[in-house]
Structures are given as C-alpha cells and as structure tokens.
Design a protein around this ligand. Structure first.
Ligand code: NDP
Length: 307
C-alpha cells in the first residue's frame, strides 16, 4: 500500500511529490509521457519567479530531479480508473493496479481540436500542437497559428524566429493573451495577424498540409494561405475521463476542490491545470501541488498517531 499516487508529472504533480516525499511518504508519480507536462512544449518561461527566462524543458528537468531526490518514484502509466474504497483507493492502469491511501489528480489539460476535415490524418503531417517540438520542420516556410490566447501568441513569436512568415488567425477582433505578449506580436514583422478570421478548410497534397483556407467571420470572404504548417492553440480541455465514475468534475470537466486541494471525495485531491480555478500558470500549479503534498503529509502523520 502506497501513501500517495500522483497522476501526472507536470509542475503540480512534481511539486506535490517533492513535499510529500520530503515529509517521508511513499509516493509514486504516474505519467503517460515525459515528466514536466506542458513545460516540455514551452519554449521560454519568463513569469516563473526566480527564473528570469528559462526554457520549459530545462525547468521541467530541474523540477523532476528535485522532486525525486527525496525518495519519490516515477513510472509510466496510463490511468484508466480511480476507485474509492473509503480508507484506501485503487488506481487502475492498463496493466497495473496500485493501492494507495491518497490520490492526487494532476493530469492537466489537452489541446482542443479545430474539428476540420483531415485534421486527424494530417496531424504530424503539417498539423502540430507543439511549436517547440515541430517548429524546426518548417524552417523558412509559411505557417498558420490559430487562436488569440497566450499559447497561440507565444508560439507565434517562437515560430517567427524559425519560419519565413507566421499567419496568426484570431476569430474575434480582441486577443485573450497578456498585453506584453500582444505588443510583441504586433511589433513582429514576420507575424501577420488576421483578426475576425477562422480556419475553414485544410488543403493537402501528397497527404501533407499544402494550405489553409480562412474565412472572414463578418463578410464570409475566404482567403487561401500557402502554409505548410498549421498550429492550432484554441484552448484546452481537462483530462479527467478516468474519474467519470467519481462524479467530482464540474460541467466543463474541471475538478473543484477545497483550500487543501481535496475534492468532494475524501482522500482524493486535485492540483494544477485540471483543477477548477481562474489562473492556470506554472506558478499556480506548483502552489496547488505544494499545498496538497503538505496537507496529505499532515493527514498521514495524524493517521499514524491515531493508530
Ligand atoms: P485560451 O482559452 O486562453 O485561448 C484560446 C484562444 O483560441 C482564444 O483566442 C479563443 O477565441 C480561440 N478559439 C477557441 N476556439 C476556437 C475555434 N474553434 N476557432 C478559432 N479560435 C478559437 O487558451 P490557451 O491555450 O492560449 O491558454 C490556456 C490557459 O493557459 C490560459 O489560462 C492561459 O493564460 C494559460 N497560458 C499562460 C501562459 C503564460 O502565462 N505564459 C502561456 C500559455 C498559456 P475567443 O477569445 O474568441 O474565445
């Protein structure tokens, strides 16, 4: 029986691991990808206190090393179900089941799809949800970025350092991103902003992206962009399907918690982007993880004293 199973090795999960394992708990962190979560797909982070400007993967590695330095373990696992047995929980993966006193859900979010024809089959063939990973494939080419939030604008700035031209497609005439990022985008000669436009049709040639038709949302006029890469950043959805049975999510699928990060099921916690909250940032994810890790450690200590 483990003390704590953490689902997700992003900043929230790793911070929780650091706090709980440092307090002596037996902790296992599960993830279906590389530790670090969305840090791994962030080119630069300049709003994490103490780090003026740091590459996402570098911060991910530092967090990972530190989190596991107090005895916590991390392994690969795709969680299919979390079962609540009251005094203990079961975390069921495809080929393994873990029993644990406490569970922390730090599974984060996944990118929303555009729902256009050919989007699925052209993913990896011109459509990418990670500029840091795939940007270099489009060196000196034209690409389109979809969205008007922080992700779309930050990734546009990054792609502009590699590509010949970046077309930024924003569906309204206002951005959702921080003003400092908006200002940088508007000043960048390589980024052409198409306000009030939406992606309409993906063009393909030899099973690769060969263009994008965009539509003016007011006039319905269409324009063809000769892009070879399309990077949609149109928002995120929480990864919580594996806790459907527990009925702990809100209408959007996010998980509400109390101030200790505990969900309405005793002993099951949530932290990071998957939690219902207003500001989703690395710094708020580690905040959640630290609070949960510390609180669970205190519960464990009190439990032991009661025994
Ligand atoms: P957001 O939800 O903030 O923005 C999504 C953008 O995509 C909006 O401009 C939205 O338009 C647009 N959009 C949504 N659906 C469609 C569609 N079907 N077609 C075209 N456009 C569409 O998502 P992000 O991924 O940018 O950010 C998620 C969270 O992470 C936010 O809280 C953000 O602040 C945070 N973040 C912070 C960073 C930082 O601080 N450095 C970096 C990256 C993310 P509309 O505005 O009209 O809804």
């Amino acid at each position: 029986m483990l003390d704590l199973v953490i689902i997700g090795a992003g900043p929230a999960g790793l911070a929780a691991c650091l706090y709980a394992s440092r307090a002596g708990l037996e902790v296992l962190v599960l993830d279906q990808g590389a530790p670090g979560g969305k840090l791994n797909v962030s080119a630069q982070i300049e709003n994490y206190p103490g780090q003026e400007c740091v590459a996402g993967p570098q911060l991910a590695y530092q967090m990972y090393e530190q989190a596991l330095s107090f005895g916590g373990k991390q392994t690969y696992g795709i969680v299919e179900k979390v079962i609540d047995y009251g005094s203990y929980k079961e975390v069921k993966c495809h080929d393994e089941t873990y029993q644990t006193k406490y569970v922390l859900i730090a599974s984060g979010t996944k990118e929303r799809k555009m729902n256009l024809e050919h989007e699925e089959e052209l993913t990896g063939r011109g459509i990418s949800y990670c500029a840091v990973c795939d940007g270099p494939f489009f060196k000196d080419e034209e690409v389109a970025v979809i969205g008007g939030g922080n992700s779309a604008l930050e990734e546009s700035l990054y792609l502009a350092t590699i590509c010949k031209q970046v077309h930024l497609i924003v569906r309204r005439d206002v951005f959702r991103a921080d003003q400092i990022i908006v200002d940088r985008v508007l000043k960048d000669d390589k980024i052409k902003v198409h306000l009030k436009h939406s992606p309409f049709q993906i063009l393909q040639e030899n099973k690769k992206v060969a263009g994008l038709v965009i539509q003016n949302n007011e006039t319905l006029e269409k324009e063809q962009l000769k892009v070879t890469g399309i990077f949609p950043f149109i928002g995120l959805d929480p990864i919580t399907d594996f806790v459907d049975d527990l009925k702990i999510t809100n209408e959007q699928g996010y998980i509400p918690t109390d101030e200790h990060m505990e969900t309405k099921v005793k002993g099951i916690f949530a932290a990071g982007d998957v939690r219902e909250k207003t500001l989703r940032q690395v710094v708020t994810a580690v905040n959640d993880g630290a609070i949960a890790g510390q609180y669970i450690s205190n519960l464990k200590k009190e439990g032991n004293e009661d025994e």
